[in-house]
Every structure is written in structure tokens, then in C-alpha cells.
Design a protein. Structure first.
Length: 377
């Protein structure tokens, strides 16, 4: 197997996740990091034994095959475009871009140059979500006809020291957390054909309650309370509630309703968690766990709960797919369609009407336990 030599642009909080978990995968070789703030690049380089570089030097480097874009969403398009124009494969944190036109532009550039573009999230490759996928594909609940999703809290200002960008255009719960839910729905059900929504911002400002800026307020210039309806190509209709205006709720993260039963799917922001099923008898039982390696807990979260975290799986699958000459699962068509769904939800909320999708994609290939193990060291 040929390893892809990996560079990273953007050395903020999320970079530590990629730097920590990339060594789990045999197709990746971390090489260099870059940031517009060289102090940040030097810090990450010293922590992980890598080369610190300027952004320009990393784009020009001959020993880099793929660059991971971990910048803020507002510059995702421009940085990923520069990566492709430098002749390198690109992998971006979510969302890939902030408009459908930007997504189509990257599709065109990548196709002309024969390069790959991948994008987070890759959590749908997790053991739990692949278990749910298998249950659907095997017909355990029949054809999916409906569902509900809820991703609701009271925002990031309570824990993030610089939450400003979360509340500006390009932020908000749909573009920040929606990728996990919408991408998982696409891999479970298929592409979306139209959306409708109601959207508003309940609070004009947010007050930071942690860190050096404790007590400062930040303006809210994007919807933070969105209730959407998604229609899928298979006929299913799913409601999505995405809000940072809720102090507490008791809704499940994701429920899917089929002709023969129901499926209860854990938070798609994570790789693992219990998957439950109910048939026509209405009795809810847990689906037997598989030996899927991306469902095995390997960290403990801030609340002391065991979690499975295998971020970089999508990047590793892209590297392996390049070597094998196949499509990678976190592919650009999937990412662009998810962007189309998200920006259309926000547009539908502003215009209060149904909006048809102008993009589509195929469901990414399922990932079996053996295929997941084959990606790992």
C-alpha cells in the first residue's frame, strides 16, 4: 500500500483530533502542519514531531500528497481550491463549503485535475451507524417512510472561548452540526429531493461564560432555531430540529420509521452508541453489537462516558480508495449534496417555502467490520 503524505492547514482546536488519530490508519503519514499564525503551527509541530510550514510553502511542498483543510468554514472554499490548484488531493472539515456554487466549482476543478476531494463528517462510518445501515439494507424495518432528528442545546458560548463565528453567517446549528445528521440520513436512506423550514434567532446576542473573555457578548447574525422537513428520493419524510436556543430536551437524536418497524439511532456526532429496534409488536430491543472496530470505545468524554472516536477514518478511506482505484465514502458528491440540503433549509426558513434540490448523490458504500479493520494499523 502506498501511504499518502499528509499536510494540515489550520492548527486550531480540531487539529489535535486529526493529529492524534491519523496514526491509527496505515494509509496516512503525517508530514507537516501550517497556519497563518506561525506560533500555532510551531506549537502543533513540536507537540507531534512534524514540520511547521507557512501555508504557501505547504501548498508548494513536493513531499505532500493530500492537504487537510481545518480552517474556519468561511474560508473552506478558497483554501480547498488552492489545495487542488497546487496539484494535491484535498480533505476538508465540515461543511465542505458554504454555497452550492462553491461546491460545484470544486467538483469541476477536481474532475479536470484528476484529484480527490473528501470531507468530514466520517462519523457515519462508525460501528453503530453501520449497524443501523445493515439493519435497513437487510429489510429489518422495511422501507423507511419517516423519521425525526433532534440536535438541540444552548450553544457554544458556555464552553468555547471564542464562539463568535458560530453565530455568524456560515455558522449556526444547521451548518455546524447539521452535517452529521444530514450525512447520516443520506447514507441510511439516500438523497434528498426537497426541503421546507421555519427558522429564527431567539436571542440577539450571546454572553461568553468561560475563559479570558468571560462576560463579553457576541452578536447573533444567523438563525439559531430551525425546524425543517426533508423529503427523500425514496419517499420518506423526516423532520429535523436544530437549535441552540433550548436549555434542555428529552428527544432522541435520531429515529427512523419503516413499513415493518422502527430504528433508534444514536447521536451521529459520534461513532458509537446503542442501536435499538422495534418491530410490529412494538417491543424495543437493542440490536446485537458487532465486532466493528469503529464502534469500540477508545476515549472518555467530558462527562465520563466512554466514546468511540475514529476521526480520520474518512481521510484514511480516501487514501486507500486512491490506491485501489475506487470511490471513497466521504466523497465530494456526498458532501456537496449535504451542503445543498443545508443551505436550502436556511433559504427555506427565510422564504417560508419548499425548495427542491438541484444536486444528488449515491449512498456511500457500506463499511463492514473487515473493511474497517483493513484501514487500521
Amino acid at each position: 500500500m502506498t501511504k499518502l503524505r499528509v499536510g494540515i492547514i489550520g492548527c486550531g482546536n480540531i487539529s489535535t483530533t486529526y493529529l492524534k488519530y491519523a496514526p491509527l490508519f496505515k494509509s496516512l503519514e503525517l508530514t507537516a502542519v501550517a497556519d497563518i499564525n506561525m506560533d500555532a503551527a510551531n506549537l502543533r509541530a513540536s507537540e507531534y514531531g512534524l514540520r511547521a510550514s507557512t501555508v504557501a510553502d505547504l501548498l508548494a511542498a513536493s513531499d505532500i500528497d493530500v492537504i487537510v483543510n481545518l480552517t474556519v468554514p468561511a474560508v473552506h472554499y478558497e483554501i480547498t481550491k488552492q489545495i487542488l490548484e497546487s496539484g494535491k488531493h484535498a480533505y476538508s472539515e465540515k461543511p465542505l463549503v458554504l454555497t452550492l456554487d462553491e461546491g460545484k466549482s470544486l467538483q469541476d476543478i477536481a474532475a479536470k485535475k484528476g484529484l480527490r476531494v473528501g470531507s468530514a463528517p466520517d462519523t457515519f462510518m462508525g460501528g453503530s451507524h453501520q449497524l443501523a445501515r445493515a439493519a435497513i439494507d437487510e429489510g429489518k424495518v422495511g422501507r423507511i417512510i419517516g423519521g425525526t432528528c433532534h440536535v438541540m442545546s444552548h450553544g457554544m458560548e458556555h464552553w468555547h472561548p471564542n464562539p463568535d463565528f458560530f453565530f455568524q453567517p456560515g455558522g449556526g446549528p444547521v451548518l455546524d452540526l447539521g452535517p452529521y445528521y444530514i450525512t447520516n440520513l443520506i447514507q441510511l436512506i439516500g438523497p434528498v429531493t426537497s426541503v421546507a423550514a421555519l427558522a429564527n434567532a431567539s436571542f440577539p446576542t450571546r454572553t461568553i461564560s468561560n475563559g479570558a473573555r468571560n462576560g463579553q457578548t457576541v452578536p447573533v447574525d444567523t438563525p439559531t432555531n430551525i425546524h425543517a422537513l426533508l423529503e427523500f428520493a425514496n419517499g420518506a419524510t423526516v423532520t429535523l430540529a436544530a437549535s441552540w436556543d433550548v436549555w434542555k430536551h428529552n428527544h432522541a437524536n435520531m429515529e427512523l420509521y419503516g413499513e415493518e418497524g422502527s430504528l433508534f439511532v444514536p447521536d451521529p456526532n459520534f461513532f458509537g452508541g446503542p442501536v435499538e429496534h422495534a418491530g410490529r409488536d412494538g417491543i424495543i430491543t437493542a440490536l446485537p453489537e458487532t465486532d466493528h472496530p469503529f464502534g469500540v470505545p477508545n476515549i472518555t468524554d467530558g462527562q465520563g462516558n466512554p466514546r468511540a472516536n475514529y476521526r480520520c477514518a474518512g481521510l484514511a478511506d480516501m487514501a486507500t480508495a486512491i490506491d485501489e482505484g475506487r470511490e471513497h465514502r466521504c466523497n465530494i458528491d456526498l458532501a456537496v449534496h449535504a451542503v445543498d440540503v443545508m443551505v436550502s433549509i436556511l433559504r427555506a426558513g427565510a422564504e417560508k417555502r419548499f425548495i427542491p434540490m438541484t444536486s444528488t448523490c449515491s449512498r456511500p458504500e457500506a463499511l463492514s467490520p473487515d473493511q474497517a479493520r483493513a484501514l487500521m494499523v
